[in-house]
Design a protein around this ligand. Structure first.
Ligand SMILES: *[C@@H]1O[C@H](CO)[C@@H](O)[C@H](O)[C@H]1NC(C)=O
Ligand SMILES: *[C@@H]1O[C@H](CO)[C@@H](O)[C@H](O)[C@H]1NC(C)=O
Ligand SMILES: *[C@@H]1O[C@H](CO)[C@@H](O)[C@H](O)[C@H]1NC(C)=O
Ligand SMILES: *[C@@H]1O[C@H](CO)[C@@H](O)[C@H](O)[C@H]1NC(C)=O
Ligand SMILES: *[C@@H]1O[C@H](CO)[C@@H](O)[C@H](O)[C@H]1NC(C)=O
Ligand SMILES: *[C@@H]1O[C@H](CO)[C@@H](O)[C@H](O)[C@H]1NC(C)=O
Ligand SMILES: *[C@@H]1O[C@H](CO)[C@@H](O)[C@H](O)[C@H]1NC(C)=O
Length: 419
């Protein structure tokens, strides 16, 4: 089969999966905390071994008036190191039925998924506890503010998750979800708080920027052009960026740089680096770190080859019901891209917090939408569901599910950064 033949390109999406990207889908993440002197980064296995490494430090203080909150002191705690704990008491944080905004693509139970264990896992950092997500508290922090997620469809799922996490705390008539091209906007009236998703799968401009009509097959990225997007990001209080899967379709990509119509083929890693530089330049020229916070999500892993966690098998994420017990690092999680993100964030002259969710997500082979999803806007048919080799989506994630954990981690940071 095509996708087993070229093992050295494991980090690149198999062609069969490209269709998953076509109607608005996909994603990835990083997080890094940068102060001029103290730079904290994730350690990529051997890659960073022996090099300067500072543990990632998160100071989260819950010192708001809500006295019935648990006080979770995660000072000096690397929240990205830990394990998944089965906890059907505290999780999931909402149900499919309770969130009217939940989109078909990720509502796996409704789409026929027979098992629901994937909803019951809680991320437990080794050295601290994550603060319990408190929607009211977050809404208060976002009062008169805008929180915007920028990226591809995986980032959109994180936005959808955030909407579900927040909406239950808001009465009918006080909340709304609207779509305008390239954006989804959730608004909480009483708090004048806005949570948005902005479609920009490469962060910089590309021919895939149309919010619904875009293709991964003929990618053309404008590595030095970003203004069409950034005019939508100006002045946003909290920006959360992500971009990965769209880059990984093939090892080379058509792009322009400098001369507008001079299309050349670039090594994807080279192109990614140039795009990140363009983005970093915008941050430096436009972000006021006193009033604005910027986050970058590390890459979201894929589980396309079950032989990686079960040697000898030939499947994918389909029918997986439990997390991988670590240690585990999938081949689809590209170290070179991780390194570029880290370097970009080290060099940019404003603080960008890298949310290092890659490792914790890599364990979650059970959390993908698999065949309980739609493709090109239509739920999979019975026949398609019976053909997981061709139809399982091992890129996107169910909700409730893993992206809720990303938001619990983002929430822990916001408690630190916005209070
Ligand atoms: C990201 O977090 C994981 C889990 O804590 C850790 O193993 C990994 O080294 C981190 N990545 C980097 C690049 O620091
Ligand atoms: C939680 O899981 C335990 C162990 O599997 C089970 O005995 C219990 O009934 C579950 N509780 C709920 C509320 O699902
Ligand atoms: C509502 O929030 C927006 C930012 O999203 C802000 O520009 C505006 O001034 C706020 N309105 C009021 C009445 O505070
Ligand atoms: C989608 O975009 C392509 C190329 O830009 C165009 O030819 C096609 O008509 C568009 N389709 C729709 C439904 O708008
Ligand atoms: C920016 O958007 C405008 C209108 O949407 C378009 O005409 C222009 O070509 C875009 N700029 C670039 C560099 O793509
Ligand atoms: C780049 O574009 C040219 C012309 O459309 C095409 O022949 C080539 O296959 C493209 N390369 C990639 C990597 O997509
Ligand atoms: C593409 O980039 C990778 C990683 O930097 C490198 O190993 C490879 O040699 C490059 N390929 C080309 C054709 O430049």
């Amino acid at each position: 089969m095509q996708r087993f033949r070229n093992r050295k390109y494991k980090s690149i999406l198999p062609i069969a999966l490209a269709t998953l990207l076509i109607l608005g889908t996909s994603r990835l993440v990083f997080d890094n905390l940068k102060n001029n002197k103290r730079v904290s980064i994730f350690r990529w296995r051997d890659w960073l071994e022996g090099s300067r490494f500072h543990s990632y430090i998160v100071n989260v203080f819950e010192n708001e008036d809500d006295s019935n909150d648990n006080y979770e002191d995660i000072e000096d705690c690397n929240v990205f190191e830990g394990k998944w704990v089965f906890d059907n008491v505290s999780h999931p944080l909402y149900s499919e039925q309770s969130c009217a905004y939940l989109v078909k693509q990720v509502a796996c139970q409704r789409n026929g998924r027979p098992d629901d264990l994937y909803q019951f896992w809680r991320w437990q950092p080794n050295e601290c506890n994550l603060p319990r997500f408190n929607a009211i508290k977050l809404l208060k922090m976002l009062k008169n503010k805008r929180l915007m997620f920028v990226g591809d469809s995986i980032q959109r799922t994180q936005f959808d998750s955030m909407v579900c996490l927040l909406q239950s705390a808001i009465p009918e008539g006080q909340k709304s979800l609207t779509k305008v091209p390239s954006k989804k906007i959730f608004f909480a009236k009483e708090y004048n708080a806005t949570v948005e998703f902005y479609w920009a799968p490469f962060i910089v401009e590309s021919n895939s920027d149309h919010s619904t009509n875009h293709t991964v097959y003929k990618r053309l990225v404008k590595l030095d052009q970003i203004a069409n997007h950034t005019k939508n990001w100006e002045g946003v209080d909290v920006l959360v960026f992500e971009s990965y899967v769209w880059w990984m379709f093939k090892p080379i990509i058509n792009a322009t740089y400098g001369i507008p119509n001079d299309v050349k083929e670039y090594n994807v890693t080279t192109a990614y680096k140039m795009a990140m530089k363009t983005w970093a330049n915008w941050l430096e020229s436009s972000i006021n770190p006193q009033f604005q916070k910027v986050y970058f999500m590390s890459l979201s892993p894929t589980h396309l080859w079950s032989s990686e966690w079960r040697p000898g098998s030939e499947g994918n994420c389909y029918s997986e019901t439990e997390p991988i017990q670590g240690p585990y690092w999938g081949m689809g999680t590209n170290m070179e891209i991780m390194r570029i993100v880290q370097e970009t964030l080290e060099n940019v002259k404003i603080e960008v917090t890298l949310l290092n969710i890659t490792q914790l997500s890599d364990y979650r082979k059970d959390a993908h939408t698999s065949v309980y999803t739609e493709r090109k806007g239509k739920l999979l048919t019975k026949e398609q569901r019976a053909d997981p080799v061709n139809f399982a989506d091992c890129i996107h994630w169910c909700l409730p599910g893993l992206p809720d954990t990303w938001n619990e981690i983002l929430y822990a940071h916001l408690l630190q950064d916005l209070l």
